[in-house]
Ligand binder design. Sequence first.
Ligand code: BMA
Length: 831
Amino acid sequence: MKASTPLTRSWTLHLDASRTRPPQAPEALAGPGVPATVPGCVHTDLLAAGLIPDPFLDRNETRVAWVGRADWRYDTELPAPSGGHERADLVFDGLDTVAEIRLGDTVLGTTRNMHRAYRFDVTGQADAAGVPLSVAFTSAYEEAEAVRAALGPRPNAYPEPFNFVRKMACSFGWDWGPTLVTAGIWREVRLEEWSTARLAEVRPEVTVGDGGTGRVRAHVVVERTAGGRERPLRLTVAVAGRTAEAELPPGTDSAVVEVEVPDVELWWPRGHGGQHLYACAVELAGGDGPLDRWERRVGFRTVELDTAADEHGSAFTLVVNGVRLFVRGVNWIPDDVFPSRIGAARYRRRLEQAAAAGVDLVRVWGGGIYEDAAFYDVCDELGLMVWQDFLFACAAYPEEEPLRSEVAAEARENVVRLMPHASLVLWNGNNENLWGFRDWGWAPELDGASWGEGYYLDLLPRVVAETDPTRPYWAGSPWSGSRELHPNDPGHGTAHSWEVWNRLDYTAYRDDVPRFVAEFGWQAPPAYATVVRSVTDRPLTPDSPGMLHHQKAEDGNGKLERGLAHHFPVPADFDTWHYLTQVNQARAVATGVEHWRSHWPRCAGTIVWQLNDCWPVTSWAAIDGDEREKPLYHELKRLYADRLVTVQERAGRLVAALVNQAAEPWNGTALVRRFDVSGAELAQLQLPFEAGARSVVLLDLPERVGRLAAPEREFLVVDADGLRATHFAVRDDEFAYPVPEMSTRVEPAAGGARVTVTAHSLLRDLLLRPDRLHPDARADRGLVTLLPGESATVTVTGWDGSAAEALPSALACVNTAAARRPATEVGEQAR
Ligand code: BMA
């Protein structure tokens, strides 16, 4: 049987000063080397050795910029082989990025692609004493700039050369990410010893027929040793207790083995059914017994993309197991700008957070990485569908060598690696590049040079069709399905809605009904505890030096400010700014999702930009770089629940939309009430409704209840089945909010405390900020609007309820924050 020894120990990191010695490099780097962690990267090793400041704090990012321009070397010794095998291979699952691998005096090879794995035959080159093994990394800048010089410049949304090297694009900085261009052995490295033959590739095509029979067609490729060439081999594929075998006679290196499993339990996206997974094992044996084994979990489900033409244009609807879905998605970026640091536990935490928010699809965005197996394993288990971008984002990518063959190899390798996962439902060619060519003025700059279109419209769809034919491929996001159409045409395919954040008020989301919104979002600062941990400016202001450094978007603070100005007065202080920008973020995303969900099935999904962050920063994320949840996160739970109540407008009139994404019909009665700011009920109406499975019902609101006679003092509340929609018709600073009055009660609860707030006045967007009670505290709910007399209970974990005098400063509501003048004064005038 094949033996595998991970090479995780005794690595040292060295600054390679043969080309240049950065003047900023600490003296200690001239010594015998720094202890290194493998898998890992240069920055995290230097950090662990105390040789660089933490680049996530203050403006340290700029102080460590030299690291990305330097060359580095990782050294260890190749251990003695265990013996008794014909072949020994040195296998790297990931090298970041431009590397020369040397064993003793022999150069084993060179690499220039972070997204590929590498295998080197080292048979007979290791000995009992251990042979020096070194991996020398040239700065990725060096490579990218050389390729750029050879192929000519290409347009790029960012001033960095990431489109000339196959390396995680956002390590060069993004509008939410720092520029920390690292190097290192970022995935596992091991010595594999084997005889006769090994499994070189297993490609399971998993399908399920109408009758419920699951089928695994395993396409298997083997590699033989010289001695193994003449030996017969046997393949056994086992799924759910069923097996099938194939003989590989001498001279044959591949076979297709098919296993049928009758009456399979289907794998469903969460919320639609269970996530049944079956062990699928492939065993390779020779005359003397087993040689190699491959094992994964597979799930049986069908997935189609319906792009049929209709009266609105052409659809973009995911159909899983025959069920048409409104996708409730989030965009995913690398969870750490140093991805080697993420690990299985953190993947699980983050994806469980997503699932708990009602998310059913995660889009792995094209400026990041093909994630580790652990990511897709958790998605399989949780029923989170995965939309995987190929790794191209926001730039023109040359189609010539040396990039072309890297792209082809990387695409095929990752399709093979990820295709066993049931959660994977879509391959997408790129992020915004087809759009960029059309709208961002690329053509004159390119002057006929290649820009990547051949990848998205030809190479990648061929790779998917040949390698993973059971899954749909879409050329890009946004993309309208044809070169004749504008790539971001809302009537066709996917759309990215960015004008709204960049230039408009979030109410403008209501102006369009795209077929599928693959990106839209609104910024807000991270939680306060995250801000004060990562930025030491005192006093903190929205534009104090550290705050500005942790805001990477072009005119980001200006957009935050103008976004606020549509609704609120200029915030009086940092705390008010922090609270209101977070409220505005939640309201903006809510405005989009509520509107688009009310237009199902014309609109078949929203993917919020973005779930997570890769360091502490003001960004569009729902969960910040220290893993803390912003109010938007909790708002997603309401927005992405199976059932949603929202007030919308149709033909100039207000309607209550009852959105039912569940498989069961939803029948009930909606209670519609119009209130005065004091909490006095002005009108009410009961409206019975019947919303079929996966459908939307619009209830016309008659004038008597639905018309706000004095919109600066009146609002609507629609309740149905424990769900609520509130509707205010004027800017917050025009609304006569009462002075907030509330009482609070704190009781102990398992792992924390329960806080009950009772409103004695209208309280709009009341928020308990747990991190103000304790940096480790978390709350189970976010913004809530209460009528006088109503209570809300928030469970806080990580805070025992002691020092409850901190509670008032942890509570905020819009009543106070929105007041231009004392609220009572506005009230007086209105009377
Ligand atoms: C889109 C994304 C990212 C970017 C985001 C926010 O362009 O694809 O490139 O971070 O918008 O600007």
